[in-house]
Design a protein. Structure first.
Length: 280
């Protein structure tokens, strides 16, 4: 997992209290001490608890992680507790809770897709894209990994993936020439291309690309591409992307594809955490 810098932790805290906590200050309760306990209200796959604990520690609280990210929780399961001043507790608890609820929604949705795929093809992985809300990518991808997914691309600097939008500038350069040129430019990298039709996929396989990403293919089209790929001495990885959910994931992987690429879990609803405050 990535390690978030302190500046990112501070940003998460600052967002909710740029000028401090007006309510707690006006009530003059900030110097009192208390304990906060967070528990699962829903069944969920937990995510973000380590980040939430760092937020609490950053404002001077003593945080205790009761359950780590990636755990499947039943309602009532303990998640995180913290002790310290009322000022610190109220400054950070809501932001930390919202963070865990949102990330646990992503993790739970990812786990549902992972379970659907593993029931049919245990070796096929669920790869989460970089299609997140700007500014939330690292946290969203951390949540996806907590749910059993992997990261498809952390960013543009990581992998070579050619889209139709790139090829629009190439004046119909043949795919075999494009693949060869990419290997000269980045010989230590695998070269991947996204395609929109079976004919284009077969051409990309014959051109020698390392991975072929099928965009919004029907299962019959996926199966045809997989069959052609397996006829090669060194078959490329065939990945399916676009419109895949837990309901149709098993059907997609039954065609023989080797990877599911998705952003579907990012739209999952947050899971609920229950909060309990006690004065100490």
């Amino acid at each position: 997992m990535w390690i978030l810098p302190e500046s990112e932790i501070d940003r998460l805290i600052f967002e909710d209290a740029p000028g401090g906590d007006l309510t707690t200050a006006a009530m003059a309760i900030g110097e009192q001490h208390g304990r906060l306990a967070l528990r699962a209200r829903d069944a969920m796959v937990l995510a973000g608890v380590e980040v939430a604990a760092r937020m609490m520690e950053r404002v001077g609280l003593q945080a205790r992680i009761e359950t780590r990210s990636g755990a499947r929780l039943e309602p009532g399961a303990p998640v995180l507790s913290a002790t310290g001043s009322a000022a610190a507790l109220h400054r950070v608890w809501k932001s930390a809770k919202n963070l865990m609820e949102s990330l646990s929604g992503i993790a739970t949705a990812t786990r549902a897709m992972v379970d659907a795929v593993e029931a049919v093809a245990p070796d096929v992985r669920i790869a989460l894209t970089r299609k997140t809300f700007p500014g939330s990518r690292v946290l969203s991808q951390l949540a996806a990994m907590a749910g059993g997914g992997i990261v498809h691309r952390a960013g543009l600097s990581e992998t070579i993936l050619i889209f139709a939008e790139h090829r629009a500038f190439l004046r119909d350069e043949p795919l075999h020439a494009l693949a060869a040129r990419m290997r000269r430019a980045a010989p230590e990298r695998k070269i991947e291309i996204e395609v929109g039709s079976v004919a284009e996929a077969l051409e990309a396989i014959d051109a020698g690309f390392d991975a072929i990403q099928l965009e919004k293919f029907a299962p019959a089209g996926m199966a045809a591409v997989v069959a052609h790929a397996r006829s090669r001495q060194r078959p490329p990885l065939i990945a399916a992307a676009g419109g895949i959910t837990p309901e149709n994931a098993a059907q997609c992987v039954s065609t023989g594809i080797g990877l599911v690429v998705t952003s579907w879990p990012y739209a999952a609803r947050p899971r609920d955490l229950a909060t309990e405050f006690q004065p100490v």
